[in-house]
Design a protein around this ligand. Structure first.
Ligand SMILES: C[S@@+](CC[C@H](N)C(=O)[O-])C[C@H]1O[C@@H](n2cnc3c(N)ncnc32)[C@H](O)[C@@H]1O
Length: 262
């Protein structure tokens, strides 16, 4: 698919910079998982976790440090390479990485997991949420669960530059089916770079229904006005998470969802 190929090329441009960024943050001891995620995941000691769209492995390594046995998956070979390198350099042994498109992962990987996990900038890179739901179900053990924490679909419809000026202008229509094309990628863990990429905007119902369609039971859907750093105009609030001050309490920025097999 031309969009996935483009996304692969574009993300590969950032791999080395992301590795350097996250390595420095591990060494400086300034990297941690979003505390909402930590709280909602609970104790994952000894759990087998499949981490979808793991980029250069930073969050996979943090999950492994929480005691899980983690397999990270990413589309980009350079990301898998740097993720392995980072884990090796940090001497984290309970993590490994696979290079694959999530859309074809079922064809090449057969393990079962206690938890399928994905977060922060993940869902909109995938072209087919129905297949995503079935992929998640496929990899879960019978008592397993899926957890996602990502940008809120409502937040994603607005012009990202105008939000910084306290203005809400719909730039990406909520019900649009085609992906949005952008000529720049990244910016949250490196400078952004020129590289054509495609991002799909999904409605809340599309996300929930994709999981229900795969037979998963929705345990909760939570909405937040905070995120980890990276969203334009966000600043650290008293909880240590990031908010857009003018929109705090007014606009959902992120959501989390837990779905189980039972
Ligand atoms: C914003 S990053 C996710 C970062 C994530 N919070 C983490 O754990 O580091 C999005 C990632 O999705 C990956 N990606 C995009 N499309 C994909 C696909 N079809 N299959 C697998 N990974 C994909 C990209 O390579 C990129 O690393």
């Amino acid at each position: 698919m031309k969009e996935i190929e483009s996304n692969k090329q574009a993300w590969s441009l950032l791999a080395e910079d992301h590795y350097n960024h996250f390595k420095k943050r591990f060494l400086d001891n300034t990297l941690s998982l979003n505390q909402i995620i930590v709280k909602e995941l609970g104790d994952i000691t000894g759990k087998k976790v499949l981490h979808l769209q793991c980029n250069t492995g930073a969050d996979s390594i943090l999950l492994a440090k929480m005691g899980a046995i983690v397999t990270g998956v990413d589309l980009v070979p350079e990301n898998a390479y740097y993720a392995e390198k980072l884990a090796e350099e940090l001497q984290i042994t309970n993590v490994n990485f696979i290079e694959s498109d999530i859309m074809t992962l079922m064809e090449k990987h057969q393990e079962k997991y206690d938890i399928v996990f994905t977060s922060e900038g993940a869902v909109g890179w995938l072209p087919d949420l129905i297949k995503w739901g079935h992929t998640i179900r496929h990899f879960l053990k019978e008592d397993g669960f899926f957890y996602v924490n990502d940008s809120h679909p409502i937040y994603l419809i607005f012009d990202e530059e105008k939000i910084q000026n306290e203005e809400l202008t719909v730039k990406y229509p909520y019900f649009k089916k085609d992906p949005d094309e952008d000529n720049y990628i990244g910016g949250y863990a490196s400078d952004s770079k020129e590289g054509k990429n495609y991002f799909w905007g999904y409605t809340i119902s599309e996300i929930i229904n994709a999981l229900a369609n795969a037979g998963l039971f929705i345990e909760y859907f939570n909405e937040y006005d905070v995120s980890t750093p990276g969203m334009g105009g966000s600043v650290k609030d008293e909880s240590g998470l990031y908010c857009i001050p003018y929109f705090k309490g007014k606009l959902p920025i992120t959501f989390s969802l837990k779905a189980s097999v039972r």
